[in-house]
Design a protein around this ligand. Structure first.
Ligand code: HAM
Length: 421
């Protein structure tokens, strides 16, 4: 097939028959955000490459292998955002949002780009709903952010389909000690590590814990555990988070293997995972990233957040039957017409009904009456009316309920006002 008729690998169309599902899901996400006082932020699709190198971290897979980076016509290196946090932090600093009452709470619904190997639930252009909280250092904020994430799953009826895993990756000092312990441990198994992990050994040994290769993950099982390397403050913070989650009745398991793939995290990290989506089971991931605002040139303000993959959410919602109870917004009435005068009258009635927010259609293809009725049937119109010379003369039309076949006669005025429903 010619290149112009095929979408690039790892991208997907959302066709009109399916887009209502996305809207439905987005509606729920917006409602949950509103209820939690989280306001939307919109940032550019591309940013200076430097932002992601510094923000996401230049030892991460995302920055090293997966970014869509190019020089624009002015010779500047720009990158299509691989995630939303770096841009949100940049906007937080640039717009002086730290002057607003803290915590500043924001959400985004965005497309992201990563050059990954595409498979079910993993795309090169994908979408995220993300939340970022700025200005709250205590464990109450960790618990609140996790609680918001958890409330999303319950709003979708998915609480039973996902489980929450949490961990603490401590602060820079805890991690320096831990990384050293990991280097010592994995160095003993240097020959067994996959080439990628061999490279990670010096630069970022914690990433080895995330490796999917069977040999590396088996080795990771016996590796030193991060909780044993937490400093007193980080350990106390993590205990406090757990206590608060217990108090809120949010179930979780502590999984020392949750290390997250981006460099900015510290202390609490978490993921909501499902076993219903095969290999791509992480539906939501997040954590604290206290040093990032300062590192990117802003004031020393702690922050935390999460992002959820919308493709994975939609797959999960489809799998669990969430959409079965809904249907796409349909056509309330199809007004068919026979003859030029009637065609105009139908178009006017349709315009009046649409002003009232009633969804309706009329013929715009010059079809025969029979073909118009077939079309009305195919689009699932709830009611139909036919306008012809007779109806225009008497000023009355028969409206048919397509479900039960009943017919009501009303005036054309009533028809235009929607008084057939
Ligand atoms: P992340 O774990 O890289 O975190 O991505 C969050 C979620 O986006 C994943 O759990 C997954 O559902 C989805 N996702 C990631 N990559 C793909 C892909 N290639 N195809 C489909 N879905 C994907 C972040 O992006 C952080 N910025 C989250 C965060 C916000 N942490 C703090 N604040």
């Amino acid at each position: 097939m010619a290149v112009i008729t095929v979408n690039p690998r790892g991208t997907a169309d959302v066709v009109p028959e399916d887009s209502w599902k996305w809207r439905k899901a987005e509606e729920v996400l917006r409602r949950v955000s509103d209820a939690a006082g989280i306001k939307e932020i919109r940032t550019p699709v591309f940013e200076h490459t430097e932002l992601f190198m510094r923000g996401v971290g230049d030892t991460t897979d995302v920055v090293q292998k997966e970014m869509y980076t190019f020089n624009d016509k002015g010779g500047r290196s720009v990158t299509l955002r691989p995630e939303g946090t770096a841009g949100a932090v940049r906007a937080f600093i640039q717009n002086g949002l730290f002057n607003a009452p803290l915590p500043v709470k924001m959400f985004y619904m965005i497309s992201c780009f990563r050059y990954e190997k595409p498979q079910a639930g993993r795309l090169r252009e994908f979408h995220q709903y993300g939340v970022e909280f700025f200005g709250a250092a205590g464990a109450a904020a960790d618990a609140e952010v996790i609680s918001v994430a958890s409330s999303i799953f319950s709003a979708f009826g998915l609480s039973g389909s996902v489980s929450l895993k949490i961990n603490s990756i401590g602060c820079r000092e805890c991690r320096a000690k831990y990384n050293q312990a990991l280097r010592e441990y994995f160095s003993l198994h240097r020959e067994e590590l996959c080439p990628t992990c061999l490279d990670r050994l010096e630069r970022n040994p914690m990433r080895i814990l995330d490796c999917k290769s069977p040999v590396c993950s088996a080795l990771a099982e016996g590796a030193p555990r991060l909780p044993d390397y937490l400093c007193e403050d980080c350990a106390a913070h993590f205990e406090d988070v757990k206590k608060r989650l217990d108090g809120l009745g949010i179930e979780y398991t502590v999984d020392p293997g949750i290390v997250r793939g981006l460099d900015y995290y510290n202390r609490t990290v978490f993921e909501f995972v499902t076993d219903r989506l095969g290999a791509q089971g992480t539906v939501l991931g997040g954590g604290r990233y206290d040093p990032l605002v300062k590192e990117l040139g802003g004031p020393d303000i702690p922050a935390l957040g999460f992002a959820m993959g919308l493709e994975r959410l939609i797959l999960l919602l489809t799998e669990t039957g969430f959409f079965d109870g809904f249907s796409p917004a349909g056509c309330s009435i199809y007004i068919a017409s026979a003859g030029e005068r009637a065609e105009l009258a139908a178009a006017k009635a349709v315009a009046a009904l649409r002003k009232k927010g009633i969804s309706c259609e009329c013929d715009v293809c010059g079809r025969s009456l029979k073909a118009q009725m077939k079309y009305a049937d195919r689009i699932g119109a709830e009611f139909t009316a036919v306008l012809g010379d007779n109806e225009l003369e008497t000023g009355r039309a028969a409206v048919k309920n397509m479900k039960d076949g009943s017919v009501t006669e009303i005036s054309l005025e009533e028809l235009s006002e929607g008084r057939f429903m």
